[in-house]
Write a protein that binds this ligand. Structure first.
Ligand SMILES: Nc1ncnc2c1ncn2[C@@H]1O[C@H](COP(=O)(O)OP(=O)(O)OP(=O)(O)O)[C@@H](O)[C@H]1O
Ligand SMILES: [Mg+2]
Length: 225
């Protein structure tokens, strides 16, 4: 069963920002954590940006699927544009766009649990799927209705707030990255120490074996004389 949470029309440039904000808002209301909220917002805004740029608009529908856990957040971005000329090439990773990025479709694949794309000369349909976190509470009908109410009552903030929010996300991500890097460095050092220890151990064993061999030779010689 699919329950529609919200639909955002993509007509003007600012609708890309609105779609991004709505995606983050919905992700937060469904119990996704900060990093997943950013993943969802980024993937949606990239695909919506494509719909605006290559198909002159379309719409994005947010729906919730599943009557038992795990539930799924589905985001369908639909347009009636000319279709993606060479999807296989884009997916191969060898595609380079005019902006030098070409990370929209590929990026969405990396960020989402699952992506399905249907594209023909009459339009493009991109379905992004994310499994709701195991720790998030199950969204039953009352909870669902509450989320829909919140979405209607809390319209997204302006572009300036969006920039602020994106910067906040970036700072958080960069700080995490630095932490991971220093963890990695630490682990690397530990690994080096362990390796050194193993090498020393082997050298010692070799020496012992050599010693034993020589003792054995001496013994045989002594016995034969
Ligand atoms: N909705 C769409 N309709 C028609 N063509 C599309 C659509 N979405 C993507 N494409 C085509 O697929 C290509 C790859 O899109 P993708 O978002 O991966 O990179 P890009 O838009 O070229 O670059 P970037 O988004 O990084 O600036 C586009 O250049 C465009 O030709
Ligand atoms: Mg793009």
């Amino acid at each position: 069963m699919n329950k529609s949470l919200l639909t955002v029309a993509i007509r003007y440039e600012q609708d890309v920002v609105i779609a991004r904000q709505r995606a983050r808002q919905i992700a937060a209301l469904l119990g996704f954590e900060g990093q997943d909220q950013t993943r969802i917002a980024t993937a949606v805004s990239e695909i919506v940006r494509n719909a605006f740029r290559y198909a002159k608009g379309g719409r994005v529908e947010f729906t919730l699927e599943g009557q038992s856990a795990p539930q799924l957040l589905l985001m369908r971005i639909h347009d009636q544009g000319p279709g993606i000329p060479d999807l296989a090439h884009v997916m191969s990773g060898n595609y380079r766009s005019s902006t030098g990025m070409g990370m929209g479709i590929l990026g969405a694949h990396r960020l989402m649990d699952q992506v399905e794309i249907k594209s023909s000369s009459s339009g493009t349909d991109v379905l992004l799927k994310m499994i709701l976190p195991a720790r998030a509470p199950f969204v039953d009908t009352p909870a669902f209705n509450q989320i829909v109410r919140e979405l209607t009552s809390k319209a997204p903030a302006g572009a300036l707030e969006e920039v602020q929010e994106q910067n906040r996300e970036l700072v958080r991500t960069l700080a995490e990255l630095r932490e991971r890097q220093s963890e990695l460095l630490h682990l690397n050092r530990e690994l080096e120490d362990t390796n050194r220890g193993v090498v020393a151990l082997y050298a010692e064993l070799d020496e012992k074996a050599d010693h034993l061999r020589r003792a054995d030779e001496t013994k045989s010689r002594f016995l034969s004389t």
